[in-house]
Design a protein around this ligand. Sequence first.
Ligand SMILES: CNc1ncnc2c1ncn2[C@@H]1O[C@H](COP(=O)(O)O)[C@@H](O)[C@H]1O
Ligand SMILES: [Zn+2]
Length: 344
Amino acid sequence: MNINIFVHEMPKVELHAHLNGSLSVNTIQELGAKLYGSKSEEFTHLSEQLTNFDNVDLGGCFEKFDFMHKLTSTRRGLHLATILAIRDFAKDNVAYLELRTTPKNTEEMSKKDYLECVLEGIVRGKELHNILVTLLISIDRSQSVAEAEETINIIPKFRSRYNNIIAGIDFSGNPNKGNFSDFKPVLEKAREDNLKLSVHCAEIHNPSEVDEMIEFGMDRCGHGTFLTDQQLHKLGKQKVAIECCLTSNVKCSTVAKYSEHHFRNIFTSESAPVVLCTDDCGIFNTTLSNEFLMAKKYFALSKPDMMKLSLTAVDHAFVSENVKRDLRRIIERYFDSECLRLPC
Ligand SMILES: CNc1ncnc2c1ncn2[C@@H]1O[C@H](COP(=O)(O)O)[C@@H](O)[C@H]1O
Ligand SMILES: [Zn+2]
């Protein structure tokens, strides 16, 4: 079987996907057509700008979310975007998706309305596309601590009704803005509420902040690009999985090229658990299948390696042991002995 088809059909687990970064250009245009009527020239031009990464650095990447945030500033736009993003992951044979998004006050919605709209979109997206989906609620480090507190304080209202969907907290946002230490009290409160925590950590070079994040503790590490060997060793001992986003890092220029990505060192040295993720598959014009194909191309992944990566993602998913057991079964059935014998 052609490796592209094999990887596309492979049941996958996505642990790091931001909602407003995860709509492909085609899906954005589909959403735009639904929201604004037939595809206007101006809208089509704007959506094509999203994936234009000529000389874009990390800061430039964050400007691209502004366009998406306008699209999802209404209940209808946000609800549709949530369902369409879930559909796109299901079309890529993602069996389990941990979606993350930053509740926002917009003209039409409070943070509470935003969160409820996304949760309802996830319920509908799961039904329509036969995929398991949970939600990490994002704290944006470029906003105020008061904003973060407001977000954490609305979560309890939804825990019972959406208990099997709300899985944890994501600490993200432009790493050149805000200070992790300011957010520790609010993240501590979330931890006391038994919410798991994925931290965008070492996305840029900031060793003292990374030490503080490791000291504070996290359940998973997003990116881990500038982890020192010592910091990586510490996370490995704590069994914290590193969420590697190959294309995201290369397109944001935090990693010069695929072949130099830190994924290779972590995967081959087994210094810490590692998983492949997309981050913002719409903005970076990729899919989780493509991330596996890039890893195969640049790091000579075998089929057993791909199976190992998928099972590691299951191990570090923020779900119950029962769900993990079912996901492992789906993956192991796909990688049956016959297929493992065939070369990639
Ligand atoms: C590229 N690397 C990254 N590093 C850090 N934070 C990122 C990110 N990519 C996305 N986000 C975070 O996710 C938000 C968009 O999705 P939501 O509006 O929450 O659905 C961005 O505003 C940013 O806060
Ligand atoms: Zn991210």
